[in-house]
Design a protein around this ligand. Structure first.
Ligand code: ATP
Ligand code: MG
Length: 421
Protein backbone atom coordinates (compact mmCIF):
# COMPACT_ATOMS: atom_id res chain seq x y z
CA UNK A 1 0.00 0.00 0.00
CA UNK A 2 1.35 3.46 -0.76
CA UNK A 3 1.77 6.07 1.91
CA UNK A 4 -1.40 7.92 2.86
CA UNK A 5 -1.59 11.62 2.07
CA UNK A 6 -2.82 13.92 4.80
CA UNK A 7 -4.42 17.34 4.80
CA UNK A 8 -2.25 20.31 5.80
CA UNK A 9 -2.16 21.11 9.52
CA UNK A 10 -4.75 23.69 10.44
CA UNK A 11 -6.71 23.14 7.22
CA UNK A 12 -9.70 20.94 7.89
CA UNK A 13 -12.09 18.80 5.90
CA UNK A 14 -15.76 19.42 6.44
CA UNK A 15 -17.05 15.89 6.89
CA UNK A 16 -20.53 15.01 5.61
CA UNK A 17 -21.67 14.28 9.17
CA UNK A 18 -20.92 17.88 10.21
CA UNK A 19 -22.17 19.66 7.14
CA UNK A 20 -25.73 20.21 8.33
CA UNK A 21 -24.62 22.85 10.84
CA UNK A 22 -22.68 24.69 8.17
CA UNK A 23 -25.55 24.63 5.69
CA UNK A 24 -27.83 25.93 8.41
CA UNK A 25 -25.36 28.68 9.38
CA UNK A 26 -24.89 29.79 5.77
CA UNK A 27 -28.65 29.92 5.18
CA UNK A 28 -29.44 31.73 8.42
CA UNK A 29 -26.77 34.39 7.89
CA UNK A 30 -27.62 34.79 4.19
CA UNK A 31 -31.29 35.33 4.94
CA UNK A 32 -30.58 37.78 7.73
CA UNK A 33 -28.25 39.94 5.62
CA UNK A 34 -30.56 39.82 2.60
CA UNK A 35 -33.44 40.89 4.82
CA UNK A 36 -31.51 44.02 5.82
CA UNK A 37 -30.86 44.88 2.17
CA UNK A 38 -27.28 43.61 1.88
CA UNK A 39 -26.21 42.01 -1.43
CA UNK A 40 -23.90 39.03 -1.75
CA UNK A 41 -20.55 39.50 -3.50
CA UNK A 42 -17.54 37.28 -4.09
CA UNK A 43 -13.92 38.25 -4.61
CA UNK A 44 -11.09 35.86 -5.55
CA UNK A 45 -9.26 33.81 -2.90
CA UNK A 46 -5.98 35.11 -4.35
CA UNK A 47 -5.07 38.78 -4.80
CA UNK A 48 -1.84 40.63 -5.44
CA UNK A 49 0.08 40.88 -2.17
CA UNK A 50 -0.13 44.65 -2.23
CA UNK A 51 -3.92 44.51 -1.82
CA UNK A 52 -3.36 43.23 1.71
CA UNK A 53 -0.10 44.87 2.70
CA UNK A 54 -1.45 48.30 1.77
CA UNK A 55 -4.90 47.80 3.30
CA UNK A 56 -4.09 45.90 6.48
CA UNK A 57 -0.81 47.71 7.19
CA UNK A 58 2.79 46.48 7.06
CA UNK A 59 3.20 46.45 10.85
CA UNK A 60 0.39 44.04 11.78
CA UNK A 61 0.39 40.39 12.86
CA UNK A 62 -1.28 39.40 9.62
CA UNK A 63 1.11 41.07 7.19
CA UNK A 64 4.24 40.52 9.28
CA UNK A 65 3.85 36.81 9.85
CA UNK A 66 0.54 35.23 8.90
CA UNK A 67 0.17 35.56 5.12
CA UNK A 68 0.64 32.77 2.56
CA UNK A 69 2.58 34.60 -0.13
CA UNK A 70 4.44 33.32 -3.17
CA UNK A 71 5.83 34.45 -6.49
CA UNK A 72 3.73 33.64 -9.56
CA UNK A 73 5.54 32.34 -12.67
CA UNK A 74 5.85 35.85 -14.06
CA UNK A 75 7.33 37.18 -10.83
CA UNK A 76 4.14 38.81 -9.43
CA UNK A 77 3.78 38.50 -5.67
CA UNK A 78 0.45 36.82 -4.85
CA UNK A 79 -1.24 36.11 -1.51
CA UNK A 80 -4.04 33.83 -0.29
CA UNK A 81 -6.49 36.23 1.29
CA UNK A 82 -6.12 36.48 5.08
CA UNK A 83 -9.31 38.56 5.44
CA UNK A 84 -12.13 39.84 3.27
CA UNK A 85 -12.28 43.62 3.51
CA UNK A 86 -9.17 44.42 1.43
CA UNK A 87 -10.50 42.49 -1.58
CA UNK A 88 -13.96 44.02 -1.32
CA UNK A 89 -12.43 47.52 -1.20
CA UNK A 90 -10.31 46.68 -4.25
CA UNK A 91 -13.48 45.45 -6.01
CA UNK A 92 -15.45 48.60 -5.07
CA UNK A 93 -12.73 50.83 -6.52
CA UNK A 94 -12.04 48.72 -9.61
CA UNK A 95 -15.74 48.73 -10.58
CA UNK A 96 -16.43 52.25 -9.36
CA UNK A 97 -19.40 51.02 -7.33
CA UNK A 98 -19.60 53.73 -4.62
CA UNK A 99 -20.39 56.20 -7.40
CA UNK A 100 -23.80 54.54 -7.71
CA UNK A 101 -24.69 55.38 -4.10
CA UNK A 102 -24.50 53.56 -0.79
CA UNK A 103 -23.23 50.01 -1.21
CA UNK A 104 -24.21 47.31 1.28
CA UNK A 105 -22.56 43.98 0.56
CA UNK A 106 -21.62 40.72 2.24
CA UNK A 107 -19.27 37.84 1.49
CA UNK A 108 -18.77 34.31 2.76
CA UNK A 109 -15.65 32.24 2.18
CA UNK A 110 -12.32 30.80 3.26
CA UNK A 111 -9.49 32.92 4.69
CA UNK A 112 -5.90 31.79 5.19
CA UNK A 113 -3.49 32.72 7.97
CA UNK A 114 -0.29 31.00 9.02
CA UNK A 115 -1.08 30.76 12.75
CA UNK A 116 -0.49 28.10 15.38
CA UNK A 117 -3.48 25.75 14.99
CA UNK A 118 -5.58 25.15 18.12
CA UNK A 119 -9.26 24.97 19.01
CA UNK A 120 -10.97 27.91 17.30
CA UNK A 121 -7.80 28.91 15.42
CA UNK A 122 -6.99 27.37 12.06
CA UNK A 123 -4.89 28.10 8.99
CA UNK A 124 -7.87 27.90 6.68
CA UNK A 125 -10.97 29.24 8.34
CA UNK A 126 -14.22 30.74 7.12
CA UNK A 127 -15.69 34.17 7.56
CA UNK A 128 -18.89 35.94 6.71
CA UNK A 129 -18.38 39.67 6.49
CA UNK A 130 -20.57 42.64 5.68
CA UNK A 131 -19.37 46.03 4.46
CA UNK A 132 -21.11 49.35 3.84
CA UNK A 133 -19.61 52.05 1.63
CA UNK A 134 -20.75 55.66 1.41
CA UNK A 135 -22.35 56.16 4.85
CA UNK A 136 -20.68 57.95 7.73
CA UNK A 137 -23.56 58.38 10.19
CA UNK A 138 -23.45 56.29 13.37
CA UNK A 139 -26.84 54.88 12.36
CA UNK A 140 -25.10 52.49 10.00
CA UNK A 141 -22.61 51.46 12.71
CA UNK A 142 -25.63 50.64 14.88
CA UNK A 143 -27.33 48.74 12.05
CA UNK A 144 -24.34 46.44 11.58
CA UNK A 145 -24.15 45.78 15.30
CA UNK A 146 -27.88 45.18 15.49
CA UNK A 147 -27.70 42.64 12.63
CA UNK A 148 -25.07 40.64 14.50
CA UNK A 149 -27.07 40.92 17.71
CA UNK A 150 -30.12 39.46 15.92
CA UNK A 151 -27.96 36.63 14.65
CA UNK A 152 -26.78 35.64 18.15
CA UNK A 153 -30.40 35.73 19.31
CA UNK A 154 -31.57 33.44 16.53
CA UNK A 155 -28.64 31.06 17.15
CA UNK A 156 -29.17 31.19 20.93
CA UNK A 157 -25.59 32.34 21.39
CA UNK A 158 -24.56 34.30 24.44
CA UNK A 159 -22.03 36.99 23.46
CA UNK A 160 -20.94 40.30 24.97
CA UNK A 161 -20.50 43.42 22.88
CA UNK A 162 -17.42 45.58 23.41
CA UNK A 163 -17.07 48.90 21.67
CA UNK A 164 -14.47 51.63 21.47
CA UNK A 165 -13.65 54.66 19.38
CA UNK A 166 -10.27 55.13 17.74
CA UNK A 167 -11.08 58.72 16.80
CA UNK A 168 -10.21 60.52 13.59
CA UNK A 169 -6.88 60.20 11.80
CA UNK A 170 -5.78 63.55 13.31
CA UNK A 171 -6.71 62.69 16.88
CA UNK A 172 -5.06 59.31 16.46
CA UNK A 173 -1.83 60.97 15.37
CA UNK A 174 -1.65 63.11 18.50
CA UNK A 175 -2.66 60.14 20.68
CA UNK A 176 0.11 58.16 19.05
CA UNK A 177 2.63 60.72 20.28
CA UNK A 178 1.22 60.56 23.81
CA UNK A 179 1.39 56.77 23.70
CA UNK A 180 4.95 56.75 22.31
CA UNK A 181 5.94 58.99 25.24
CA UNK A 182 4.33 56.64 27.77
CA UNK A 183 5.85 53.44 26.38
CA UNK A 184 9.28 55.11 25.89
CA UNK A 185 9.24 56.03 29.58
CA UNK A 186 8.62 52.33 30.32
CA UNK A 187 10.90 50.91 27.63
CA UNK A 188 12.54 48.34 29.90
CA UNK A 189 9.19 46.68 30.54
CA UNK A 190 8.43 46.03 26.83
CA UNK A 191 9.01 42.69 25.09
CA UNK A 192 10.87 42.38 21.81
CA UNK A 193 7.79 42.69 19.57
CA UNK A 194 6.52 45.73 21.42
CA UNK A 195 9.92 47.47 21.44
CA UNK A 196 9.98 47.18 17.66
CA UNK A 197 6.41 48.42 17.42
CA UNK A 198 7.20 51.40 19.60
CA UNK A 199 9.01 52.80 16.58
CA UNK A 200 6.74 51.52 13.83
CA UNK A 201 3.21 51.39 15.27
CA UNK A 202 2.81 51.99 19.02
CA UNK A 203 -0.98 51.45 18.94
CA UNK A 204 -0.30 47.82 18.11
CA UNK A 205 1.30 47.39 21.56
CA UNK A 206 -2.17 47.80 23.08
CA UNK A 207 -3.24 44.70 21.13
CA UNK A 208 -0.38 42.56 22.52
CA UNK A 209 -1.41 39.17 23.88
CA UNK A 210 1.66 38.96 26.17
CA UNK A 211 0.34 38.65 29.74
CA UNK A 212 3.48 40.31 31.17
CA UNK A 213 2.43 43.55 29.50
CA UNK A 214 -1.08 43.51 30.90
CA UNK A 215 -0.55 46.03 33.69
CA UNK A 216 1.56 48.35 31.56
CA UNK A 217 -1.14 48.35 28.88
CA UNK A 218 -3.97 48.79 31.39
CA UNK A 219 -2.31 51.93 32.75
CA UNK A 220 -1.51 53.43 29.34
CA UNK A 221 -3.24 56.65 28.26
CA UNK A 222 -6.54 55.83 26.54
CA UNK A 223 -7.62 56.90 23.07
CA UNK A 224 -11.11 57.40 24.37
CA UNK A 225 -9.83 60.29 26.55
CA UNK A 226 -8.15 61.93 23.55
CA UNK A 227 -11.02 62.01 21.07
CA UNK A 228 -11.71 65.10 18.97
CA UNK A 229 -15.17 66.68 19.24
CA UNK A 230 -16.56 65.07 16.08
CA UNK A 231 -15.47 61.56 17.04
CA UNK A 232 -16.89 62.10 20.50
CA UNK A 233 -20.27 63.05 18.99
CA UNK A 234 -20.16 60.07 16.66
CA UNK A 235 -19.41 57.68 19.52
CA UNK A 236 -22.14 59.23 21.65
CA UNK A 237 -24.63 58.84 18.82
CA UNK A 238 -23.71 55.17 18.40
CA UNK A 239 -24.23 54.57 22.11
CA UNK A 240 -27.64 56.29 21.91
CA UNK A 241 -28.69 53.98 19.09
CA UNK A 242 -27.53 50.91 21.01
CA UNK A 243 -29.38 52.06 24.13
CA UNK A 244 -32.50 52.62 22.08
CA UNK A 245 -32.20 49.16 20.51
CA UNK A 246 -31.63 47.73 23.99
CA UNK A 247 -28.34 46.14 22.99
CA UNK A 248 -26.06 46.03 26.05
CA UNK A 249 -22.39 46.93 25.52
CA UNK A 250 -19.22 47.56 27.40
CA UNK A 251 -16.82 50.34 26.40
CA UNK A 252 -13.39 48.71 26.23
CA UNK A 253 -10.73 51.45 25.84
CA UNK A 254 -8.09 48.83 25.03
CA UNK A 255 -9.94 47.52 22.00
CA UNK A 256 -7.86 48.51 18.95
CA UNK A 257 -8.38 45.49 16.62
CA UNK A 258 -5.59 43.74 14.78
CA UNK A 259 -5.72 45.70 11.55
CA UNK A 260 -4.44 49.16 10.81
CA UNK A 261 -7.28 50.55 8.76
CA UNK A 262 -9.81 51.34 11.48
CA UNK A 263 -10.92 54.75 12.75
CA UNK A 264 -13.76 55.85 15.06
CA UNK A 265 -16.05 52.90 15.87
CA UNK A 266 -14.50 49.50 16.54
CA UNK A 267 -16.38 46.60 18.11
CA UNK A 268 -16.06 42.95 19.01
CA UNK A 269 -18.48 40.26 20.12
CA UNK A 270 -16.93 37.93 22.66
CA UNK A 271 -18.21 34.61 23.96
CA UNK A 272 -16.87 33.29 27.25
CA UNK A 273 -17.47 29.69 26.18
CA UNK A 274 -14.46 29.42 23.86
CA UNK A 275 -11.47 30.08 26.09
CA UNK A 276 -8.90 32.45 24.66
CA UNK A 277 -10.40 32.14 21.15
CA UNK A 278 -13.53 33.93 22.34
CA UNK A 279 -13.94 36.67 19.74
CA UNK A 280 -16.59 35.54 17.29
CA UNK A 281 -17.04 38.77 15.38
CA UNK A 282 -15.06 41.95 14.97
CA UNK A 283 -15.61 45.09 13.01
CA UNK A 284 -15.17 48.78 12.68
CA UNK A 285 -15.15 51.89 10.59
CA UNK A 286 -12.44 52.44 7.98
CA UNK A 287 -13.19 55.83 6.45
CA UNK A 288 -9.69 56.35 5.03
CA UNK A 289 -9.13 52.99 3.39
CA UNK A 290 -10.85 53.49 0.03
CA UNK A 291 -8.73 56.57 -0.63
CA UNK A 292 -5.58 54.81 0.59
CA UNK A 293 -6.30 52.00 -1.89
CA UNK A 294 -6.57 54.46 -4.79
CA UNK A 295 -10.29 55.30 -4.82
CA UNK A 296 -12.24 58.48 -4.12
CA UNK A 297 -12.64 59.29 -0.42
CA UNK A 298 -15.54 57.09 0.77
CA UNK A 299 -16.57 56.45 4.37
CA UNK A 300 -16.97 52.75 5.10
CA UNK A 301 -17.59 50.26 7.87
CA UNK A 302 -17.81 46.48 8.17
CA UNK A 303 -17.55 43.38 10.30
CA UNK A 304 -16.29 39.82 9.91
CA UNK A 305 -17.34 36.79 11.89
CA UNK A 306 -15.50 33.49 12.27
CA UNK A 307 -17.80 30.63 11.32
CA UNK A 308 -15.71 27.86 12.96
CA UNK A 309 -16.05 29.52 16.35
CA UNK A 310 -19.79 30.04 15.84
CA UNK A 311 -20.20 26.42 14.73
CA UNK A 312 -18.43 25.31 17.94
CA UNK A 313 -20.89 27.37 19.97
CA UNK A 314 -24.01 25.92 18.40
CA UNK A 315 -22.74 22.37 18.06
CA UNK A 316 -24.42 21.06 21.21
CA UNK A 317 -27.78 22.64 20.49
CA UNK A 318 -27.89 21.89 16.79
CA UNK A 319 -30.79 19.45 17.29
CA UNK A 320 -32.84 22.25 18.84
CA UNK A 321 -31.95 24.78 16.16
CA UNK A 322 -32.03 22.76 12.98
CA UNK A 323 -35.10 20.94 11.76
CA UNK A 324 -34.29 17.84 9.75
CA UNK A 325 -35.54 17.48 6.20
CA UNK A 326 -38.31 14.86 5.97
CA UNK A 327 -36.62 11.72 4.70
CA UNK A 328 -38.08 8.79 2.76
CA UNK A 329 -36.27 5.54 1.97
CA UNK A 330 -37.50 3.96 -1.25
CA UNK A 331 -37.27 0.13 -1.41
CA UNK A 332 -37.99 -1.68 -4.64
CA UNK A 333 -37.98 -5.34 -5.57
CA UNK A 334 -37.78 -6.61 -9.16
CA UNK A 335 -36.56 -4.95 -12.33
CA UNK A 336 -39.74 -3.06 -13.26
CA UNK A 337 -40.07 -1.75 -9.72
CA UNK A 338 -36.52 -0.37 -9.84
CA UNK A 339 -37.32 1.58 -13.00
CA UNK A 340 -40.65 2.75 -11.64
CA UNK A 341 -39.25 3.81 -8.25
CA UNK A 342 -36.87 6.29 -9.85
CA UNK A 343 -39.68 7.78 -11.88
CA UNK A 344 -41.99 8.08 -8.85
CA UNK A 345 -39.19 9.67 -6.79
CA UNK A 346 -38.69 12.31 -9.43
CA UNK A 347 -42.41 13.08 -9.56
CA UNK A 348 -42.59 13.45 -5.79
CA UNK A 349 -39.47 15.66 -5.62
CA UNK A 350 -40.79 17.95 -8.36
CA UNK A 351 -43.68 18.83 -6.07
CA UNK A 352 -41.85 18.48 -2.73
CA UNK A 353 -38.30 19.74 -3.31
CA UNK A 354 -37.60 20.15 0.40
CA UNK A 355 -37.71 16.48 1.31
CA UNK A 356 -35.04 13.81 0.82
CA UNK A 357 -35.65 10.49 -0.91
CA UNK A 358 -32.95 7.83 -0.72
CA UNK A 359 -33.52 5.37 -3.52
CA UNK A 360 -32.12 1.97 -2.56
CA UNK A 361 -29.47 0.93 -5.08
CA UNK A 362 -28.41 -2.39 -3.59
CA UNK A 363 -31.07 -4.38 -5.44
CA UNK A 364 -31.24 -6.74 -2.46
CA UNK A 365 -34.10 -8.56 -0.76
CA UNK A 366 -36.94 -6.78 1.01
CA UNK A 367 -35.41 -7.75 4.33
CA UNK A 368 -31.94 -6.45 3.58
CA UNK A 369 -33.29 -3.20 2.13
CA UNK A 370 -35.53 -2.69 5.15
CA UNK A 371 -32.49 -3.08 7.40
CA UNK A 372 -30.79 -0.24 5.52
CA UNK A 373 -33.96 1.86 5.66
CA UNK A 374 -34.05 1.51 9.45
CA UNK A 375 -30.38 2.40 9.74
CA UNK A 376 -30.68 5.42 7.47
CA UNK A 377 -32.62 7.52 9.96
CA UNK A 378 -35.46 7.98 7.42
CA UNK A 379 -38.96 8.84 8.63
CA UNK A 380 -40.81 6.49 6.28
CA UNK A 381 -40.07 3.62 3.91
CA UNK A 382 -41.75 3.55 0.52
CA UNK A 383 -42.11 -0.02 -0.72
CA UNK A 384 -42.62 -1.08 -4.33
CA UNK A 385 -42.59 -4.77 -5.30
CA UNK A 386 -44.30 -6.86 -8.00
CA UNK A 387 -47.47 -7.05 -5.95
CA UNK A 388 -47.72 -3.28 -5.38
CA UNK A 389 -46.93 -2.63 -9.05
CA UNK A 390 -49.73 -4.94 -10.15
CA UNK A 391 -52.21 -3.15 -7.87
CA UNK A 392 -50.93 0.37 -8.63
CA UNK A 393 -50.19 1.07 -4.99
CA UNK A 394 -47.15 1.88 -2.81
CA UNK A 395 -46.39 0.52 0.64
CA UNK A 396 -45.76 3.24 3.21
CA UNK A 397 -44.14 2.07 6.43
CA UNK A 398 -43.48 4.46 9.31
CA UNK A 399 -39.95 3.93 10.66
CA UNK A 400 -40.22 6.06 13.75
CA UNK A 401 -43.18 4.51 15.48
CA UNK A 402 -45.86 6.65 13.80
CA UNK A 403 -48.31 3.77 13.14
CA UNK A 404 -48.53 0.69 10.93
CA UNK A 405 -47.74 0.01 7.26
CA UNK A 406 -50.36 1.24 4.81
CA UNK A 407 -51.08 0.74 1.15
CA UNK A 408 -51.49 4.04 -0.72
CA UNK A 409 -52.91 4.43 -4.24
CA UNK A 410 -50.07 5.55 -6.52
CA UNK A 411 -52.23 8.38 -7.82
CA UNK A 412 -52.76 9.86 -4.41
CA UNK A 413 -49.26 9.35 -3.00
CA UNK A 414 -48.06 12.97 -3.34
CA UNK A 415 -51.16 14.33 -1.67
CA UNK A 416 -50.79 11.79 1.13
CA UNK A 417 -47.12 12.66 1.68
CA UNK A 418 -47.95 16.37 1.76
CA UNK A 419 -50.40 15.63 4.54
CA UNK A 420 -48.07 13.61 6.73
CA UNK A 421 -44.66 15.26 6.22
P1 ATP B 1 -7.84 36.90 17.08
O1 ATP B 1 -7.61 38.01 18.01
O2 ATP B 1 -8.66 35.77 17.64
O3 ATP B 1 -6.59 36.43 16.39
P2 ATP B 1 -8.36 38.61 14.84
O4 ATP B 1 -8.45 39.96 15.42
O5 ATP B 1 -7.10 38.18 14.18
O6 ATP B 1 -8.78 37.50 15.92
P3 ATP B 1 -10.18 39.29 12.72
O7 ATP B 1 -9.13 39.53 11.73
O8 ATP B 1 -10.87 40.42 13.33
O9 ATP B 1 -9.58 38.35 13.88
O10 ATP B 1 -11.24 38.27 12.12
C1 ATP B 1 -12.62 38.26 12.51
C2 ATP B 1 -13.00 36.94 13.13
O11 ATP B 1 -12.53 35.84 12.37
C3 ATP B 1 -12.43 36.68 14.50
O12 ATP B 1 -13.18 37.33 15.46
C4 ATP B 1 -12.53 35.19 14.61
O13 ATP B 1 -13.85 34.80 14.97
C5 ATP B 1 -12.25 34.74 13.22
N1 ATP B 1 -10.84 34.31 13.08
C6 ATP B 1 -9.73 35.07 12.94
N2 ATP B 1 -8.63 34.33 12.80
C7 ATP B 1 -9.04 33.03 12.85
C8 ATP B 1 -8.39 31.76 12.75
N3 ATP B 1 -7.08 31.68 12.55
N4 ATP B 1 -9.15 30.63 12.85
C9 ATP B 1 -10.48 30.70 13.04
N5 ATP B 1 -11.15 31.86 13.13
C10 ATP B 1 -10.46 33.01 13.04
MG1 MG C 1 -5.43 37.04 14.77
Amino acid sequence: MSKKIQAIRGMNDLLPADSQIWGFLDNTINNLLLSFGYKYCRTPNVESTETFSRAIGEVTDIVEKEMYTWKDNNGDSLTLRPEGTAGVVRMMIEHNLPREGIQKVFYNGPMFRHERPQKGRYRQFHQVGAEVFGASDAKIDAELISITDSLWKSLQINAQLEINSLGSAASRASYRETLTGYFSDNKDRLDEDSSRRLKTNPLRILDSKNKDLKVLIAEAPKMIDHLDRESNEHFKSLKNYLDHLEIPYKVNPKLVRGLDYYNQTVFEWVSNELGSQGTICGGGRYDGLVEKMGGNPTPAIGFAMGLERIALLIHDKSKQLISDRPHLYFLSMGESAHFESMKISRQILEVMPNITITNDITIGTLKSQMKKANKSGADYALILGEEELAKNVLGLKPLKGQGVQQSIELEGIIQHLQEIL
